[in-house]
Ligand binder design. Structure first.
Ligand code: JHZ
Length: 410
């Protein structure tokens, strides 16, 4: 096992860390296997820093283990692709960078966001992506004639090694969607961003927002990849110390409710959205420990309710299949021991099909299995894409089990 224990807060270095959510030890949720197998389990505890209010996991599993071969492909969901396109369009219309601005996407995965930037008219596109199995990396950096990818983790060091090489200048736009929560050394990451960013450039980060996680009981999104669970307040401090200013914040429903931060080297004026969100966090009690304890207690109830529904359905001799071998779905099945109630999991990602889920060893199958097996119920393990998934499966006539915010049959 290769991990380190967290003893100090990742942002403020405090040792006053309070464990408020303790989930069962679990395997690494994206570690799909070719055959049913036993996998190492790692502890899963969320600690609250009582000084700066960053929530963080109690251990950090080595990123090489988690990401060198990565099962997740961003482009599988049309909803996410649409979201990316709108992001590219809105940046284009709001910031009006001239002279063929360079766009750098950190953790570019299969090129999903970069392709949407290209569709929106940008033509100098660079990605950093450590996974060797996604994208076309054999052709030394190129996905196609405009999109280059560096097959590496992003850091100060890798940023400095690459800039003069393929990028040919600093970036006007740096994006980091759904990766910031995965980074252990945020100071190093931000040094790399600061180095790469033009003086008038923008750094755009999208991360799941902790108040949404807590409001919607999204405890299944707590797993080993997600090292931090963010409020705005600790982020402001982190960016400030890195010489970057968050000047605007927006909220989006993607991935259970995310915030999009816009930061620069103090080039743009701060928008009211920043102070408004800080005030929201204060008045809603996110700087009080009790709020976190309430959430943990609620989680226990939601978990028990879902177990009851799953058992009831199984006892009625009905067939349940899950849709979406998502990281959170696999985690949920492990936390609550739901595998015994589930026949199999359908996922449209070709690389996940034919594999088995870690811990629960459920087979992941392609969509045609829905037609063959005719499930009575579909457990929506990627509830964040419920409407897309419901429209694809409506013809099956099955009922749906929605695990959160309150477990229910619809
Ligand atoms: P999805 C990922 O988590 C991984 P996951 C990561 N750790 C992260 O931070 C979060 O996102 C934010 C499939 N699917 O996107 C595709 C279909 O089969 O909710 C995926 O396997 N058909 C980086 O894994 C899964 O469901 C479809 O029509 O929890 C969805 O996974 C659709 C829409 C999806 O993220």
């Amino acid at each position: 096992m290769s991990y380190r224990k967290v003893t100090n807060c990742r942002i403020c270095n405090s040792t006053d860390l309070f464990p408020y959510l303790i989930l069962p030890d679990s395997p690494l949720c994206n570690n799909l296997s070719d055959e049913p197998t036993d996998q190492d389990r790692y502890e899963l505890k969320v600690l609250l820093c009582k000084n700066c209010f960053l929530s963080q996991l109690s251990i950090v599993v080595s990123p090489e283990i988690l990401y060198s071969n990565y099962a997740y492909k961003s482009s599988t969901s049309q909803t996410f692709k649409d979201h990316c396109y709108k992001m590219a369009e809105s940046i284009k219309s709001e910031f009006k960078f001239l002279d063929h601005p360079l766009v750098l996407d950190i953790a570019s995965n299969d090129g999903c966001l970069l392709r949407e930037f290209k569709r929106a008219g940008f033509n100098r596109l660079l990605g950093f992506e450590p996974a060797k199995n996604i994208g076309n990396y054999e052709k030394s950096y190129k996905i196609d004639e405009m999109i280059c990818v560096v097959n590496d983790f992003f850091s100060e060091d890798s940023a400095k090694r690459v800039k003069g090489d393929v990028a040919g200048g600093r970036a006007s736009i740096i994006t980091a969607t759904n990766v910031f929560a995965h980074v252990d050394d945020l100071d190093d990451f931000l040094r790399g961003v600061h180095w790469f960013l033009r003086e008038d450039g923008i750094f755009v980060v999208e991360v799941p927002y902790l108040p949404n996680l807590m409001k919607h009981n999204e405890f299944d999104t707590v797993y080993h990849e997600h090292l931090s669970y963010f409020l705005l307040k600790p982020l402001l401090r982190l960016f400030e110390e890195a010489g970057l200013q968050i000047f605007k914040v927006e909220e989006y429903p993607i991935h259970g409710g995310s915030i999009r931060l816009y930061a620069s080297k103090h080039f743009y004026q701060e928008d009211r959205s920043v102070s408004d969100l800080l005030e929201f966090e204060e008045v809603s009690g996110f700087y009080k420990v009790d709020t976190y304890i309430d959430f943990a207690v609620r989680t226990l109830r939601v978990a028990a309710d879902l177990q009851i529904i799953m058992k009831f359905v199984k006892d009625s001799d009905k067939k349940v299949m899950a849709y979406g071998a998502s990281a959170k779905g696999i985690s949920l099945i492990n936390y609550l021991g739901l595998a015994e109630y589930i026949h199999s999991i359908v996922d449209d990602t070709p690389g996940k099909q034919g594999k088995f889920t870690p811990g629960s060893n459920l087979p992941i199958v392609d969509f045609s299995h829905f037609e063959k097996e005719k499930p009575d119920y579909i457990l929506l393990t990627a509830w964040n894409f419920a409407s897309e998934m419901k429209s694809k499966t409506a013809h099956l006539g099955a009922k749906y089990i929605l695990p959160i915010p309150e477990p229910k049959i619809i």
